[in-house]
Design a protein around this ligand. Structure first.
Ligand code: HEC
Length: 458
């Protein structure tokens, strides 16, 4: 029986609970669906329904047994576990009762009367058991974890603090250490499932430590149990995270070391600690202190609603680049019946500092319209495929210093435009497919724009 000694057989079977528990749920839902159909179609599904309840009850028994085995390992929030356990057991019992009552429903009055009550009861139990099971597996705030802040505050949860990634501003615990623990450790070390009696979700839990006492000794990594656990050989039984979960990356481990050495503070900013270039490199790996892109660095006033409305009235589609952005994404649909005129462009120019994406693909562009495009100094993406850009027109784009994406697919441009393209040094992507550029011409653009990916069909 070495198998029993070496491994925890309870745990081995217990783990199947989380999977099998969906079976009774499925049968109950199926029974209720059949019930609704039979009411609607006035047909009799009684036999099928009662058997669905029987299968729910039988698979429920198995789930309960496996669940008790899983719980025997401990480390779960007791009250959540109790609610989950007893609602789960009740659910199984009510399923047996429903199996019986459903068969009698047509024959005896008490069965007919109690049936709808039992259905309501089982649905209620299903929600409570399921929700608490979710809490045990994913943590107590799993349901609203990704809810918008307005909903979180409404139910009394702490609003999510947006992670600061600016090196000067970021906090060492909130923006560096907490996200690491959150992604790699806290499925098992939260208030509903505190494995080793250790909570790693906040300062209090981290400093309190686990069943064997403190896990962090500020300033002393060697004495910090948490650090020992993450730096062991991954096959060691004490290695964290357990169960083959994704271990910390080297950079994450080094950052935790740095944080402990620097006194394991919870309030300070990164820049208040000793910061070497090497640490800065690790911080970059977790997304702190990266250079901002041009768009991210733009801080502009919001364009007034009346201006937006006047632009819309000219037939443009206009929206913000992301939900709360002040930057604008504008297009003019080729299916718009009216021609795009210089006057319409003048209206759009009222928002010129905010327009970063512009799409005029498939539209007949007059010289006048094209002459205005250079006015959108902050353009980052410009799409004008299948229009009538000529060599001289490309010249109008020369001043767009921030242009990263340019699509001139299917335009009558030729080698005379090469000089203009070579001035667009911010370009990351350039589409020149189906133009009149010669192979030599494309080669010369490629030689000048080494950083740019050029899509030309050759
Ligand atoms: C899959 C679940 C799981 C994950 C993920 C996990 N742990 Fe654990 N952890 C456990 C279990 C179970 C124990 C108790 C058994 C033991 O001490 O090894 C434990 C115990 C610990 C202890 C010892 C507490 C004490 O006082 O004995 C520390 C420290 C620890 N974990 C740190 C971490 C860190 C840091 C991470 C993330 C890198 C992590 N754990 C991720 C399951 C997990």
């Amino acid at each position: 029986m070495t198998l029993f000694l070496e491994t925890n057989i309870y745990q081995f079977f217990g783990r199947f609970h989380t999977m099998l528990v969906h079976l009774p749920i499925g049968f109950i839902v199926l029974a209720i669906c059949f019930e609704l159909i039979s009411i609607k179609k006035k047909t009799d599904f009684n036999l099928a329904i009662s058997y669905a309840f029987l299968f729910a009850a039988l698979s429920g028994v198995l789930s309960v047994i496996l669940g008790l085995m899983l719980a025997s390992d401990g480390g779960y929030n007791e009250s959540t576990l109790n609610i989950h356990k007893w609602t789960g057991i009740s659910l199984t019992l009510v399923s047996f009762v429903l199996f019986y009552v459903k068969r009698k429903q047509a024959l005896v009055l008490w069965a007919k009367k109690s049936y709808p009550i039992l259905i309501i009861l089982i649905v209620g139990l299903l929600f409570v058991a399921g929700h608490n099971g979710g809490k045990l597996t994913h943590g107590s705030d799993y349901l609203l974890e990704h809810a918008p802040n307005s909903i979180r505050t409404l139910v009394g949860m702490k609003p999510v603090r947006e992670r600061v990634t600016d090196l000067e501003e970021a906090l060492v615990y909130e923006d560096v250490i907490h996200p690491i623990l959150e992604s790699k450790c806290n499925v098992c070390h939260n208030s509903d499932k505190a494995k080793g009696e250790l909570l790693l979700v906040d300062a209090e839990g981290i400093m309190k430590g686990g069943e064997n006492g403190a896990v962090i000794v500020p300033g002393d990594v060697k004495a910090s149990e948490l650090f020992r656990r993450i730096t062991l050989n991954p096959i060691h039984k004490d290695f964290m995270p357990t169960e083959g979960r994704t271990p910390l990356t080297n950079e994450e481990t080094m950052l935790i070391q740095w944080w402990i050495e620097e006194g394991a503070t919870f309030e300070k900013k990164i820049v208040e600690l000793n910061l070497t270039d090497r640490t800065k490199g690790y911080l970059k790996e977790v997304g702190i202190g990266l250079e901002k892109t041009f768009i991210e660095s733009l801080e502009l006033q919001r364009v007034h609603d009346t201006i937006i409305a006047s632009i819309k009235a000219e037939g443009f589609k206009i929206k913000t680049v992301t939900n709360n952005s002040t930057l604008l994404d504008v297009s003019y649909s080729p299916y718009t019946k009216t021609l795009l005129t210089g006057k319409k462009m003048d209206v759009l120019l009222k928002a010129k500092t905010n327009v970063v994406w512009l799409n005029l693909s498939g539209i007949d562009l007059s010289k006048e319209v094209i002459s205005k495009i250079g006015g959108f100094k902050h353009l980052v993406e410009f799409r004008a495929s299948n229009t009538n850009f000529s060599n001289t027109d490309v010249k109008q784009l020369e001043n767009l210093r921030y242009l990263e994406y340019l699509n001139l697919y299917g335009n009558p441009i030729s080698d005379a435009s090469i000089a203009s393209f070579t001035k667009l040094t911010s370009l990351q992507k350039l589409y020149l497919w189906k133009t009149n550029l010669s192979d030599e011409g494309l080669k010369s653009i490629r030689a000048n724009l080494k950083q740019t990916e050029i899509v030309s069909g050759i």
